[in-house]
Ligand binder design. Structure first.
Ligand SMILES: NC(=O)C1=CN([C@@H]2O[C@H](COP(=O)(O)OP(=O)(O)OC[C@H]3O[C@@H](n4cnc5c(N)ncnc54)[C@H](O)[C@@H]3O)[C@@H](O)[C@H]2O)C=CC1
Ligand SMILES: O=C(O)C1=N[C@H](C(=O)O)C[C@H](O)C1
Length: 250
């Protein structure tokens, strides 16, 4: 039997990090060698010989963590949000100097969430209107969610490729925020509600019909198959991978 993959987790005491630690610990082919949270000694991950670093921390610190992983010769699987095109380009630049390393950054590790984004991307060109509503637990620090931003970007790109005009909208006066955030011309609405975990509905509409694509993560175990898939795959995927799609053959 081959050696287990040694995994270190950053954000280990957080909602996602704690779940990832449990999932890694329970997997026979993975070994949890380091659990680090804010204020802990970051280099303990390297000292423990981690081969793959998993990051579920905070958008303000994640770039430093990815830089650390690359500098220390570790692959990285990153679920933390806040990745703009500029940030992704910066990671590509770092990886150019470490061509043997892989970094996978995914806005959502839920298989259903990944599928729903793909379905929205496929459907977008057929509809005049498209808006995204994301609903999350009130402990979430960023709005809109990384998933919603990514979904809106995919929809916007599909609409542009199809040559669609901007969605019809006669609003000429409104309260601030009433029409949501504008992500590349697609409106995104963020709800924060006790009892929610992570949910998203993509609404598409045209004359005489609407299509709703909804995904619900009912608990954080929904993200674990995707995280473990990425941990197992990343050592043979040098360079930057954005999203789980290629690992699902999508
Ligand atoms: N890609 C995906 O499928 C998912 C992504 N997320 C994202 O993951 C991130 C974390 O989410 P949650 O676990 O809900 O947040 P959380 O606030 O429960 O956990 C974050 C943890 O990171 C720790 N932390 C902060 N700075 C750190 C540092 N420099 N080094 C080590 N640890 C540090 C915090 O102390 C905290 O324990 C968010 O950006 C969230 O949007 C969340 C769920 C799924
Ligand atoms: O903070 C969360 O909880 C989640 N964050 C990710 C995001 O911002 O898209 C993924 C999922 O929605 C849960």
């Amino acid at each position: 039997m081959s050696e287990p993959i040694r995994v270190g987790v950053l954000g280990a005491r957080g909602r996602m990090g704690a779940q990832v630690c449990k999932a890694v610990d329970a997997a026979g082919d993975l070994e949890l060698v380091a659990m680090v949270d804010a204020g802990d000694w970051l280099f303990s991950v390297a000292d423990a010989g981690a081969q793959v670093l998993v990051d579920f921390t905070h958008p303000d610190v994640v770039m430093d963590n990815v830089r650390f992983a690359v500098d220390q010769g570790m692959h990285a699987v990153v679920g933390t949000t806040g990745f703009t095109p500029d940030r992704l380009d910066t990671v590509r630049t770092w990886l150019a100097d470490a061509p043997q390393l892989g970094v996978l950054i995914a806005p959502n590790f839920g298989i259903g969430a990944v599928l729903s984004m793909r379905f929205a991307q496929m459907a977008a060109r057929f509809y005049e209107s498209a808006e995204v509503i994301e609903l999350h637990h009130p402990g979430k620090v960023d709005a809109p969610s990384g998933t919603a931003v990514h979904t809106a970007q995919l929809i916007a790109a599909a609409r542009a490729e199809a040559g669609l005009a901007p969605p019809p909208d006669a609003t000429s006066q409104s309260l601030d925020g009433a029409r949501g955030a504008d992500v590349d011309g697609v409106r995104v609405h963020a709800v924060r509600l006790a009892g929610m975990v992570a949910h998203q509905e993509i609404l598409l509409g045209t004359e005489g019909e609407t299509l709703s694509i909804r995904h619900d993560s009912l608990n954080r175990s929904s993200f674990m198959p995707g995280v473990l898939l990425a941990v197992r795959a990343i050592r043979s995927r040098p360079g930057l991978t954005v999203g789980l799609d290629p690992l699902l053959d999508l």
